[in-house]
Design a protein around this ligand. Structure first.
Ligand code: APR
Ligand code: ZN
Length: 365
């Protein structure tokens, strides 16, 4: 039995209860979860912004310790610290082979099931789905071998958890997707857990101006700690006009949407200047459409692109991000602001809705 937070119905709270967890099958790993981050991607499913299989255990940003391995597992052994990847890349599909393992076709096709089409989680006869094949809002989880990335240095479980989602998503958006050039100007719309990592990524590659845009003054204040050079409060005045003003009327060289809505997507497009690169990181509700000025796209040669998981490759990039943290290049200690127990998970998501600064993390005993 494992204690877990279960979503039975969208637009309802998570229910904390005991579930049955099967042993790992061939190619699977049993992980004792150490920490799981409170990320907005789970919140989208709770809010009903996108359909999902139910019931489901959410939680896709986390780290833990390998407790047991199923037959045939060779890359990890019991006792090892691992970061979880919410994409279990098969290594064989077209996406994986063409260098886009974050978009693995086999992973997407299997959805919230394990690769054999079944679940390891059950409540009596009812199967319970595994969000991202990670299901980290549970004390233990069984995941495909491809979901675990072993790390060599022992780091805090809370920091390791963030390297499972918001760090690669945010830093990768800057380095692997947009390829921000030194000296350029950057605007980041939405400075929560993921957006702050975009800010840190932009600082890391020596952007000149890094303009943090948010509707919360507290978030903006906080963003200054991570490398933002200017702040724009989008609830006071038109953020597009403010960003243009801060960039001598030109618009930013690189803009990032890191909230997830049609309006902020359009704003990210509009505040980009000539040759501007617009990168969409946030996940808007299903069906959202953002109108863009088609003529302006041509006349100003703008580029607009989405990025998933920061276009990073978990097994290669997560160990690098651990090393960058250890080298003092990523201020992840200050990013973790609140710790919660699993019993407090609904309160933790309430705090995210209230716009509390930084990242909240569930810590397991
Ligand atoms: N303009 C600017 N900022 C906004 C706006 C707006 N209209 N509305 C909300 N925000 C800010 C919030 O105040 C908050 O600081 O966006 C930030 C979102 O941060 P979090 O709630 O911490 O969300 P996060 O986990 O960072 O995820 C952001 O990235 O990976 C995706 O699914 C994820 O869509 C989500 C996005
Ligand atoms: Zn996430």
């Amino acid at each position: 039995m494992v204690k877990a937070a279960v979503l039975y119905e969208q637009k309802n709270s998570l229910i904390i209860e005991d579930l049955d967890l099967d042993d790992p099958k061939a190619g699977e790993v049993l992980v004792k979860v150490g920490a799981a981050g409170i990320c907005r991607s789970d919140r989208h499913y709770m809010h009903g912004d996108a359909p999902t299989a139910l019931p489901i255990v959410l939680g896709h940003e986390g780290a833990g310790t390998v407790e047991a391995v199923g037959p045939g597992v060779t890359s990890v052994r019991p006792g090892q610290q691992v970061i979880l990847s919410f994409v279990s890349s098969c290594g064989r599909c077209k996406s994986c082979i063409t260098g886009n393992s974050q978009l693995c076709d086999a992973h997407a096709a299997a959805g919230a099931f394990m690769f054999d089409g079944t679940t390891r989680l059950h409540k009596g006869d009812t199967r319970v789905h595994h969000f991202g094949k990670t299901a980290l809002f549970a004390e233990h989880t069984v995941v495909p071998e491809a979901a675990v990335v072993p790390i060599e240095s022992n780091i805090g479980m809370d920091v390791a958890a963030l390297i499972g989602c918001c760090v690669p998503t945010g830093v990768g958006a800057v380095t692997a997707s947009a390829n921000v050039q030194p000296g350029s100007t950057v605007a980041v719309i939405g400075c929560g857990g993921v957006g702050l990592n975009v800010v840190m990524g932009a600082a890391l590659v020596n952007a000149s101006k890094i303009i943090a845009v948010d509707i919360s003054e507290a978030q903006l204040e906080f963003a200054l700690k991570f490398g933002a050079t200017h702040t724009v409060n989008a609830s006071d005045k038109d953020p597009v006009a403010q960003v243009r003003e801060l960039t001598d009327g030109k618009g930013a060289d690189y803009t990032f949407e890191v909230f997830g809505s049609a309006d902020t997507t359009k704003a990210a497009y509009d505040m980009a200047g000539k040759k501007g690169v617009v990168t969409i990181v946030g996940i808007a509700p299903v069906g959202a459409e953002a109108g863009i000025n088609a003529v302006d796209m041509v006349r100003n040669e703008k580029t607009m692109r989405g990025t998933y998981y920061g276009s990073t490759h978990a097994s290669v990039d997560m160990p690098k991000l651990v090393d960058m943290y250890l080298a003092g290049k990523l201020n992840l200690d200050d990013l973790v602001v609140r710790h919660y127990s699993l019993d407090q998970i609904n309160e933790a998501y309430g705090d995210m809705d209230k716009g509390e600064i930084g990242r909240g993390v569930i810590m397991y005993g």
